[in-house]
Ligand binder design. Structure first.
Ligand code: A2P
Length: 273
């Protein structure tokens, strides 16, 4: 990342993972497969189980990269500071590796959306400088949301966005690249919706890989860090096996040109949560 901190190239995502044994076991399986990067969020409601999973892995805390996110109702300086404390308490750690603003406050809901985001960012910056978070960033920010933060003392190191074949957000990715912001992909499989695309299925056959592996590898080759979510042990393992093959540039271009499909429907400028 732009601050020199290294981040493991694939993350284990936990959106929709329940707050129970399933998530706890999922984390343990992921770590035993080789994942060292775990992504959660306060709003997922599973931080306690994520923390128990982490505690159950016989691996030092400093060898793991743990991300969480401040939820929309907790934006603003004071509330963000309190939300962070609750998150680290729930996970059972003394620091986070990455903390993100989950969604931007946007103009359709807040007249002072820039100020709300700046207040949240001021809290994140303070926690970063105090060493309680090793890196800070945002999620679901479009270029105009990012621009409103770029003259602050510390710039975002990460922007986590929806990114998968069929939904590439070119403008946002381009803006992030130009400004040294690492892009992470949430729902790199389009929440399962892209897995039946015939072109991707043919591609999977050609490379002797699953469609999920094609999607995750495609993210990596775009230098976008995939956060792959599964609670199924065989899939957790399968999704990590993406470092031993390469998609040709012609096939990358073929995937890029597929047009839009599998979009979640969540536009940060329109969501009502
Ligand atoms: P499950 O967790 O039941 O294994 P995304 O990361 O794009 O949001 O997609 C997550 C969804 O894709 C989940 O429903 C997950 O199911 C499913 N999934 C994850 N990995 C695979 C895989 N390798 N093959 C098929 N489905 C997968």
């Amino acid at each position: 990342m732009s601050n020199g901190i290294k981040i493991p190239a694939i993350g284990y995502g936990t959106w929709k993972s329940p707050d129970n044994e399933v998530t706890l076991e999922g984390i343990k399986t992921a770590v035993s497969c080789g994942y060292r990067h775990i992504d959660t969020a306060a709003v997922y409601g599973n931080e306690v189980s994520v923390g128990k999973g982490i505690a159950g892995c016989s691996i030092p805390r400093e060898d793991l990269f743990i991300t969480s996110k401040v939820w929309n109702t907790e934006r603003g300086y004071e509330k963000t500071l309190a939300a962070f404390e609750k998150t680290i308490e729930d996970i059972g750690v003394s620091y986070l590796d990455l903390y993100l603003i989950h969604w931007p406050a946007a103009a359709h809901k807040y007249d002072d959306w820039e100020e709300v985001n700046r207040g949240t960012w001021r809290a994140m910056t303070e926690l970063y400088k105090a060493g309680k978070i090793r890196s800070i960033g945002v999620s679901n920010f479009k270029p105009h949301h990012l621009k409103a933060l770029m003259d602050t003392e510390i710039k975002p190191m990460v922007n986590q966005i929806e990114f998968h074949p069929g939904y590439m957000q070119d403008e946002t990715v381009q803006y992030c690249r130009e400004n040294g912001i690492l892009v992470e992909a949430w729902s790199p499989l389009g929440n399962g919706m892209v897995l039946t695309n015939p072109v991707l299925m043919d591609m999977g056959e050609k490379y002797g890989r699953s469609v999920a592996q094609i999607c995750l590898r495609w993210c990596l080759q775009h230098e976008v860090l995939p956060l792959s979510k599964s609670v199924t042990p065989s899939r957790i393992e399968e999704n990590f096996r993406i470092f031993d093959f390469e998609i040709s540039s012609a096939d990358m271009a073929a995937i890029d040109s597929l047009g839009e499909f599998g979009w979640s429907g969540n536009d940060p400028d329109k969501v009502d949560f």
